[in-house]
Write a protein that binds this ligand. Structure first.
Ligand SMILES: [Zn+2]
Length: 63
């Protein structure tokens, strides 16, 4: 039996063109990979919990 919270807009257009991660650990792994792949080593990503789909997305962190 699944026990996850229902969010208002699981198919929100803002989420459709983003990668969603089911767990913070998964997002963290991809975050590190993408930061390492950046040639200039300037890429900094931030993990956040999405209020629309309830999953995790990555966004560019601004200094
Ligand atoms: Zn989302």
């Amino acid at each position: 039996m699944t026990n996850f919270i229902k969010f208002q807009n699981p198919d929100h257009p803002k989420c459709q063109n983003k990668n969603c991660y089911n767990s913070r650990q998964e997002a963290e792994k991809v975050k590190q990979e993408q930061e390492l792949m950046d040639i200039k080593q300037e890429l900094k990503l931030k993990i956040y919990r999405c209020a629309n789909c309830g999953k995790f997305h990555l966004t560019r962190a601004k200094n």
